[in-house]
Design a binder for this molecule. Sequence first.
Ligand code: LRH
Ligand code: MN
Length: 394
Amino acid sequence: MTEATQRRSLSAIDEALRAQAIELPSWAFGNSGTRFKVFSQKGIPRDPFEKIADAAMVHRVTGVAPSVALHIPWDAVDDYGALAKHAAEQGVRIGVINANVFQDDDYMLGSVTNPDPRVRRKALSHLLGCVDVMDATGSRDLKLWFADGTNYPGQDDIADRQQRLADALAEVHARLGTDQRILLEYKLFEPAFYTMDVPDWGTAYAHCLQLGSKAKVVVDTGHHAPGTNIEFIVAVLLRAGMLGGFDFNSRFYADDDLMVGAADPFQLFRIMNEVVRAGALDPASGVAFMLDQCHNIEPKIPGQIRSVMNVQEATAKALLVDARALAAAQESGDVLGANAVLMDAYNTDTRPLLAELRIGLGLDPDPMAAYARSGYGDRIIAERVGGRPVGWGA
Ligand code: LRH
Ligand code: MN
């Protein structure tokens, strides 16, 4: 790393890291688990207001988590304006609205792709209802993930289901306001095990292309076949201007929804390297950086804090890549040299730099210590007695 590059880039790195915005999922603060068991923890929120309060605590100690994604109906309230006001009072804002057409008996054979037009209409009205929520919360993005698929060959017609999906997406796209977008999320399998109607980035890309300018693809890092080169997908979508955002998490096997960077920090670095290279880190780039995780056995708020820190560390490493030296090595075919430039950045300990950044933001250099010292965790355990702790409600 040349001195010149280092000097110049440190201030640019600092600026980029200060502007970083990582959106937290409201559902990460509720009880969650697997089909075997949803474990209940103490101090769990009983409503969306308390979920937002917990997310705001993560922002208070990290400084880079200014928004919370909602999931409807998990976060349904009578007055979304009041919820948005509450979020603002807590120092955060409501971000992406997630629709949910995967938890109703009517959706057993699909939601917008269901052979039964009555069920398709029901699902579509939920999606359109979520745009109404966006109007009330001031949210820009509607994230659509469909559990739709089939379990056995012949169960339904693949092409007909694609047409039904396209018809529903077109109606939602037409309903969007000027600055609103659809973020279409794909997933290889689960809960369907033969076909998923949006199984991969190509299918999502094709539907978004057909829809128009207000439709982008979401990359959930847990939704690929093992061994998939996710940063390749990211680079291709960024080059095409079709990447709308990330659902960050990590996994060892399937859609484990573990803390981002926990299972494969090197993969997260490689992904953020493509983001930085494309200039997509800047919030103005339109790429939404969201977490989509479940803290089944670990404390929820510290789990989110650690996850935000993991994204920051990977981002700082990506920003430390000596782009000039890398380009020179790549152009001269210096395979080992080019790889070494990237590994040099990856092997750089960015924790001191991030500690400095937090001090610069007026924060404790160690967010986990700041949270522990705040007593917030003990307070919510003491206060949140009675009521029904929230969960996935699966
Ligand atoms: C599906 C998914 C989707 C959400 C849900 C919480 O696996 O990733 O993003 O709606 O998790
Ligand atoms: Mn997701």
